[in-house]
Design a protein around this ligand. Structure first.
Ligand SMILES: [Mg+2]
Length: 393
């Protein structure tokens, strides 16, 4: 396995920083930006953090508790514009950029030491400086050997800033891995959700080091492949490379008009199943999971009925999605109407490596993922339609 050098660039208090670009008078003051319709706090300046405003705090409570804090309505289109400027700047350093969210990107810096004729630390310091000088945004950069460690490193930089230390880059080198993992609670590790944390606690696994010290066998048995991958990443081995194939789709949908108008419920369900399979296949190909799915029916007279639902766990497998989709279908299908097409769509897409490990069904999800992958392979070999799902009649 080749050694990679991976950095996570994370804009500090991004929405607040954007607001301060427009209104410099806000610098040094406790400021929060609110979500849509001023529902809750989605971005906090360090001053607001120190006062104790929590992320996600409802505005109607926070405004009474924190009289000194300035609360602002969000302006997403403007933040997107600033985000684009930051991301564009990153491409000046390397083409290997994975835009991960509006204010975060992973960079694969491997080999750039020679190109820039300086150390990796110096490269990331230059990135921080250029973005500050040219765009006016502060970023923190974590530098290490895997995405998980780079994320951890950037969190460490941010913690130092919270404690008023002016440090914008943080490196976890091989010699520091053990020491860093010992001082990191497992709950602070990227991808560890509340359930997994509670489970690991029962086994007295408190720190990230406690976790990586467990036998592979045990991790595999209790947390499945995702657990083993996490251990590898924490030890500095890349499992999830920086994915530079940009333009991840925002949604995936499939629909097609029937050859003839239809009233037959079973026929329409079968077509729906076919679309679900195509969408799932695309999700797997792109390494994506969907967090929200929908079904659409169009009548002969172009009347459209659609319905969608959020999923508790993001998925990419037919076996669960068909189940959810059939429930949705029942909600909109009306006997007696004449239909011309049916469609299926998946939105709220996330990359698979950000998937939170849901402990209690981790194993069965993995099994289904394996099953779906073999389905794709069979189709490659024998052509489409070689495997069919029952339509859950
Ligand atoms: Mg951020």
């Amino acid at each position: 396995m080749t050694k990679r050098v991976i950095a996570l660039v994370d804009c500090n208090n991004f929405f607040v920083s954007c607001e301060r670009l427009l209104k410099p008078e806000l610098i040094g003051k406790p400021v929060c930006v609110l979500s849509n319709n001023d529902g809750c706090v989605v971005s906090r300046s360090n001053e607001a953090k120190r006062l104790g405003v929590e992320m996600g705090a409802p505005y109607f409570i926070a405004k009474n508790h924190f009289k000194k804090v300035i609360f602002l309505s969000g302006n997403i289109p403007y933040y997107c514009e600033i985000s684009k400027r930051v991301m564009d700047k990153l491409y000046d350093f390397t083409p290997d950029v994975e835009v991960y969210s509006i204010d975060e990107a992973f960079l694969d810096l491997t080999g750039l030491r020679k190109t820039f004729n300086c150390s990796y630390e110096e490269i990331v310091e230059k990135i921080v400086k250029d973005i500050k000088d040219e765009i006016g945004i502060d970023v923190s950069i974590g530098l290490s050997y895997s995405k998980t460690l780079a994320k951890l490193a950037s969190d460490k930089a941010k913690n130092l800033q919270k404690a008023k230390v002016e440090k914008y880059t943080y490196k976890i080198g091989y010699r520091q891995i053990q020491e860093e993992l010992k001082s990191t609670l497992i709950s602070e590790v990227w991808g560890i959700g509340r359930n997994t944390n509670a489970f690991l606690k029962k086994y007295l696994i408190q720190t990230a080091w406690d976790f990586v010290s467990q036998e592979d066998m045990w991790i595999k048995k209790t947390m499945g492949k995702i657990g083993l991958e996490l251990k590898q990443e924490l030890l500095g081995h890349v499992v999830h490379p920086v994915n530079t194939s940009c333009d991840a789709p925002k949604s995936i949908s499939r629909s097609e008009s029937f050859e003839e108008f239809q009233t037959d419920e079973n026929y329409i369900k079968e077509q729906l199943n076919m679309h679900i399979h195509k969408v799932c296949k695309k999700l797997r190909k792109e390494n994506l999971l969907t967090g929200c799915i929908g079904v659409m029916l169009r009548t002969k007279d172009f009347q459209v009925f659609d319905v969608k639902t959020n999923l508790i766990n993001p998925l990419d497998t037919e076996f669960e999605l068909v189940h959810h989709a059939m429930t949705l279908f029942k909600n909109i299908f009306k006997k007696g109407l004449i239909y011309r097409s049916v469609g299926f769509f998946a939105t709220k897409l996330t990359t698979k490596n950000a998937q939170q490990i849901s402990l209690f069904d981790g194993q069965s999800v993995l099994k289904k993922q394996e099953l779906s992958k073999s389905w794709d392979k069979l189709e490659e070999k024998f052509g489409k339609g070689v495997v069919k799902l029952g339509s859950g009649k």
